[in-house]
Ligand binder design. Sequence first.
Ligand code: HAM
Length: 434
Amino acid sequence: MGAVSERIRAPKGTHDLLPPVSEKFAAVEDTARRVFGSFGYAEIRTPIFESTDLFARSVGDTTDIVHKEMYTFADRKGRSLTLRPENTAGVVRALVEKGIQEMPRPIRLWYAGPQFRYEQPQAGRYREFRQIGVELLGVAGPAGDAEVLTMLFQFLEELGFTDLLANINCIPKGEARKAFSRALQEHVRPSLDRLGAEDRRRVEQNPLRLFDSKDPEAQSVLRGAPSTLEFLDDVSRAHHEELKRLLSLARVRFFEDPSVVRGLDYYTLTVYEVASERLGAQNAILGGGRYDELVHQLGGPPTPATGFAIGEDRLVEAMLTDVRPKKTLFFVIPDSSADFVYALDVASRIRACDHDSIVEVDLQGRGIVKGLSRAGQIAQEPNRYAFRVERVHAVLVGEKEREAGDVTIKNLSTGDQQTFQRSELAGRLGAARD
Ligand code: HAM
């Protein structure tokens, strides 16, 4: 063994979540569970890796995600597996496997978890990132899209985002989509020599995917291209118009943007993205839409579906509100090692009568004076502490208290200090909360 070990770093494109940031993620997920739960959405958890074929058949094998960004590996038996780049395909696979045709409709689900894409890391773009998503299956009409979007905006509002706007579009399906693809090819063909090999391949194989190109030349070729909205058949147009009406009634702020086509092949009709100016170039906080053909493509009965996924890392980066719940901290300070056992007993008594506060025992053995200064530091620098502390009480446990069976509690905001019997804790703490 060498004398000095080389440090191992986190793999490129990953980031660790340490307190207090990890507690912000937890608070966002708690809000998701509460808001989505109140609309009847229950949590689903699917595997982090899936058969590679699943993503090729759903996200689409000519998309950037499948073509360039998947973490694919062979397991010990030579099966091709892929770390999930997104969660919709896994959710649909799970439902089809469990017998979606037997399940009562609609099916309302949400999830939160890590996703993996081999992208060039930059601000807001990671190789391992987290998504919070929602899927609603079994509702064909625009009321389904409207429910999901209304719920999304309620969730965003609870996190303090009040100025966000959904950029929505409608992508034609079936024959209309083929006609749109042909029109797009005709528009681009005279300028093919301005495009790189990869974009030319997109034009031939899946023209809609040209919109995903990051090459400015491709973006300029697309200027003046036919709009998806011009190609909608009557039924699709009615769906889109009704959705806009429902969103206006629900006061969801939206903007119609025909350039939103999303980078995944499974979308039909409604698509949308929400961006935040507080983020840099990677400013899409979330994306979603309708995918009426995916369940059938993955072997289930034809089932309409709609949903979205939020990039949780980006969401937390853009968040200005501290969404962690406000807590009271009792910082229990034994004066010397002889007071530890008594301090532990006092701490458990406080926990037993106050389930919502944090009760921390100072284990450093630094004594009351230094312990008090640590408690003061927490009160003064709440952002450096894991939890969002609204009030700090120092609980002083010295020889005097131990011998008399007392506790001394000092409220660090008011300076108010009281000594009383530990058996009175429940009554005193209850009174302090009222
Ligand atoms: P997506 O647009 O590919 O859609 O991803 C949704 C969100 O995940 C993006 O808007 C972004 O915020 C976040 N995201 C994507 N890639 C990265 C990355 N490399 N680093 C950080 N954040 C990232 C989907 O995944 C669909 N499954 C959404 C959906 C659900 N559609 C219907 N249901």
